[in-house]
Design a protein around this ligand. Structure first.
Ligand code: F3S
Length: 452
């Protein structure tokens, strides 16, 4: 008789931003390499890891809800170890262990590389806290398990943040800005492309500052040029660019390199100069207008995405209207709005003039409504054009596929719907003639190389 030892099963819940998702994928890689079985059904898992976020109130609530939901599997499922990792673990290490007794381990933002040992110790019956200096050098070489569909992947080019935005808690959780070397990024990008990745999405708290700590100068343009040389890679997309750090050299690379999408995510947060100053941002309203005009002139088909915060402490009606006017005039292609969240430990939390929740929500709704009509206009401008589309998947309806153009980052932007009798695979690139549109999505038909 042979006894069969089954591997320990681990399930993961990854919350928050795509930078956090990369950390989850690194942990998954380390666990898989050590012989653990990765599964998606939490009710069947022996170990559950919740990788958390806490940058605003809503994110904290979502993290707590998920931890509590997973804690239930200690009673109703197989769970023997519940581990909380990521930003909320870093911020509330003591509270989490003290207030949620089902939690067996907390791991900080730089402790995740030790996840295997944490799981092993907990399974021996220990309670574990694993934290390291938030400024430690980040590991360069690892094998991730991609949780994205396999044809696109995030590439985290740096950790931490040196900006001093007064509303933001993230530098206290993620430390100072630390770039990875160009060599390690190229090596990882090549490995991802060999696995089937066709679209790489560059992320960091601030992608535009890449290289400054390591090379004494910003090297994002050089990194992009090197990435473009990788055969098999089709698209490179840039997220989280700081307006102050967008140089002419970077604009040239986006304009000249075919693989770099004419797409720029540039969170400006506000457009009133006085609020920008109180937010600790370095741009003025005029600087922003100048930059946007420059980008559009040099890259006429550029798709600009931004995010805004409304209801910052002391935001007057006039300052808010200044922002509304800016949104009306600048016509971003994509735009998201957050209401200001008072985060203890930040400079803005101590400022005077906190705004009521109701006013903040009204201010957000008004801009979102305004943006909806701008998006409608922008989508209508795509009608009659033939655009390249990456296929994301098939809908339950017969022969209907969805995908994205260079104007759409996965999960945050719009989609393109097409009919095809021929089977298409996720990650296929096709040419689509756009026949109709609504505010966020496009509908089209496939055309062949000749445009027919
Ligand atoms: Fe949240 Fe941490 Fe990202 S606070 S937004 S998961 S860096």
């Amino acid at each position: 008789r042979k006894e069969i030892i089954l591997p320990i099963r681990i399930a993961f819940v990854s919350l928050g931003c795509d930078k956090n998702l990369v950390d989850s994928e690194v942990m998954l890689g380390l666990l898989q390499k050590s012989g653990f079985a990765l599964i998606s059904d939490e009710s069947q898992a022996d170990v559950i890891v919740v990788n958390t976020c806490c940058f605003i109130q809503d994110a904290k609530e979502e993290s707590i809800e998920n931890i509590l939901e997973m804690a239930q599997y200690k009673k109703t499922g197989h769970c023997k170890a519940l581990i909380v990792t990521g930003c909320m673990a870093e911020r509330y290490k003591e509270e989490i262990l003290a207030e949620i007794p089902e939690v067996d381990g907390v791991v900080g933002t730089t402790g995740y590389e030790g996840i295997v040992e944490v799981v092993e110790e907990i399974l021996k019956g220990k309670k574990i806290q694993k934290f390291a200096d938030i400024n430690i050098k980040i590991k360069e070489d690892y094998q991730r398990v991609l949780s994205t569909a396999g044809y696109f992947a995030y590439l985290k080019i740096a950790e931490g943040c040196d900006n001093k935005c007064t509303y933001c808690i993230i530098p206290q959780l993620r430390g100072s800005y630390r770039s990875r070397s160009i060599e390690s990024l190229i090596k990882e990008a090549k490995a991802l492309v060999n696995q089937g990745v066709k679209e790489l999405i560059l992320v960091a708290q601030d992608t535009t500052r890449y290289g400054i700590d390591l090379y004494g100068e910003k090297r994002l343009p050089q990194l992009l040029r090197e990435l473009c040389k990788i055969e098999g890679l089709k698209w490179i997309r840039l997220l989280y660019c700081y307006p102050e750090e967008i140089t002419d050299e970077l604009i040239d690379v986006i304009a000249e390199e075919e693989k770099v999408c004419s797409y720029l995510d540039m969170p400006i947060q506000h457009a009133n100069t006085s609020i920008l100053k109180r937010m600790g941002r370095r741009s003025t309203r005029e600087d922003l207008i100048h930059l946007i005009n420059k980008l559009r002139k040099r890259i006429p088909d550029i798709c600009l995405r931004t995010t805004l915060i409304v209801g910052f402490p002391g935001e007057t009606d006039a300052e808010y209207e200044d922002l509304v006017q800016f949104v009306k005039e600048m016509k971003f292609d994509r735009l998201g709005v957050f209401t200001y969240s008072k985060e203890e430990g930040t400079a803005a939390a101590k400022m005077k003039g906190h705004i009521s929740k109701k006013t903040k929500e009204l201010r957000k709704d008004k801009i979102m409504k305004l943006q909806q009509s701008i998006c409608e206009e922008k989508s209508a401008q795509c009608i009659g054009k033939t655009l390249e589309v990456i296929i994301d998947g098939k809908l339950p309806e017969e022969n209907v596929y969805c995908g994205r153009t260079y104007r759409d980052a996965p999960e945050i932007d719009g989609m393109v719907f097409v009919n095809s009798d021929e089977e298409l695979l996720s990650g296929d690139f096709i040419k689509v003639f756009i026949a109709s549109a609504n505010e966020y999505d496009l509908i089209g038909r496939i055309v062949d190389e000749s445009g027919e």
